[in-house]
Design a protein around this ligand. Sequence first.
Ligand code: SAM
Length: 278
Amino acid sequence: FYDRNPELADLLADSISPGERELLPKGWSILGKVIIVKIDPQIESLKARIGEALLEIYPRCSSVLLDRGVAGPFREPDREVIAGSAKTETVHREDGVVFKLDPAKVMFSAGNLQERMRMGRLGGGETVVDMFAGIGYFTLPMAVHSRPKKIIAIEINPVAYGYLAENVRLNGVDGIVVPVHGDCDLVTPRAVADRVVMGYVGTTDQYLDAAIAALRAGGALHYHQTVPEKLYPRKLEEDLAGAGERAGRSVKIERSARVKKYSPGILHAVVDARVDGA
Ligand code: SAM
């Protein structure tokens, strides 16, 4: 996430009013050669000029996407090219990992960087199931840095799955990662995993039964979910306790952490738990 708002304001100074200047974007993110920016709807008529100015600030970038958020279970972004090339497929490098993606078609959350790096230090020698693998957000750092025995990486969105399979090859981890195209509720294997990653928010609780069934005794679970700030972490701990009870297994909470602010009053959080007794 970058903030060079004063430079943007200077570049546009001659053609915008002081009121418009106040509404200019305060930050944006850059994935590979693509700049992704949210623009206040009140100044959307300036989008082409804002896009051109951003390309001037970052000459190595080739496209600018206006971001209107992500929607639906496939996490499809609503994004439009406002400047530069219409070809938005790019290669993003982060923490020694290569992520090929088209940010116009699949999401990638800049705010989850710390969590991606944390996952990249876990899982050594283990069998891991990544139930919501996307383009490999957590699978790739883990495979590249920790060298698990195996990661079963499940993804339902065909576009994201295509990038996942390609990224596995690009990072040279095809001996470790097994990409699976499907609904994790149906295809998650049972009683195989030392660790399960649930990198999805909104309805993640509905997949807890499949996650717990995938774990061997003593396995680790990373449960991501959105939660009202006032109910954090209690609500998430209750979700896990309920799932443990349904499965007749003990679930011990080991850590809760805020990943990022999701929307006003709502957090994206992650709870780590240890699941015993298969
Ligand atoms: N953790 C990611 C990051 O760091 O940016 C973001 C979450 S990722 C986009 C979530 C992925 O889960 C999406 O690619 C979505 O298509 C996938 N997904 C949603 N429901 C699913 C299901 N039932 N089975 C498998 N994958 C699913």
